[in-house]
Design a protein around this ligand. Structure first.
Ligand code: ZN
Length: 244
């Protein structure tokens, strides 16, 4: 179960995706010994600070759980409108991209709740977000949340809220890094507990297709792209890694 003391006290808070960051081969070596994990039978709720986090962090899980007949819910806390302010309606664009991505991830029904909190200011709406997640978390659900030291204030705020809700409900919560793969080094995580969720070939394909739906984040004409190719490597592994 979740252990606060295991989390390294590093808070980079520097989202500079233009630098190459930690090579994924370093992570792959570290994760090669992580134990296998798969969600227990029952509902799965994946919470994302911005549309696309759920796909990058847990798209394969969403695909495989939906296929296995779990009730899958995705909650997006903001519309991510702060990432591409050069676009006329970035929030609308990212919601459209998310709809397309979810349909790539599964042809089965995935419930999607949009909370519409302003991008970059989750911390100013924590009570609302907490209530919204609590009311959408069924009994016996597995909660999949962002990582509380991911380096983005929204990711961290959503993570703290999810951890708090899970603790009060005695629910299982696992967290997925996004930016931490880039900014952290595996040596900072010696005491943390990763698990691996192996992805079927079909899940890897569905996730790859879903990632391509987020054109606004991959757009190389926007310099630097929000998610440049060297960052995408963390999300095309044949497994997904979560912190327990
Ligand atoms: Zn995000």
């Amino acid at each position: 179960m979740f252990n606060h003391k295991a989390i390294p006290p590093l808070r980079p808070h520097v989202l500079d995706s233009s630098n190459l960051g930690t090579p994924d081969s370093f992570w792959q070596a570290e994760l090669s010994t992580a134990p296998d994990w798969s969600p227990p039978a029952g509902p799965v709720v994946v919470v994302a600070a911005h549309p696309d986090d759920e796909t990058f962090g847990a798209g394969g899980l969403i695909h495989m759980c939906a296929r296995a007949g779990h009730a899958v819910t995705v909650i997006t806390v903001t519309d991510g409108e702060g990432a591409r302010t050069d676009l006329p309606e970035p929030g609308v664009t990212r919601r459209r991209e998310l709809r397309a991505a979810l349909s790539c991830l599964s042809d089965r029904y995935i419930q999607w709740h949009r909370l519409g909190i302003p991008d970059g200011n989750v911390v100013g709406h924590e009570s609302f977000v907490e209530r919204a997640i609590k009311t959408r978390l069924p009994a016996e659900a597995t909660l999949i949340a962002p990582f509380e030291h991911d380096g983005h204030p929204d990711h961290e705020a959503v993570s703290r809220i999810c951890i708090g809700v899970a603790r009060r409900r005695a629910a299982t919560v696992l967290r997925y890094p996004i930016w931490a793969w880039h900014h952290f080094s595996p040596t900072a995580w010696r005491n943390t507990e990763f698990v691996r969720f192996e992805l079927s070939a079909e899940a890897q394909l569905a996730k790859a297709r879903a990632i391509r739906c987020f054109a606004s984040q991959l757009d190389a004409s926007f310099s630097p792209a929000v998610m440049p190719p060297h960052v995408l490597g963390y999300f095309t592994r044949p497994y997904e890694a979560f912190l327990t």
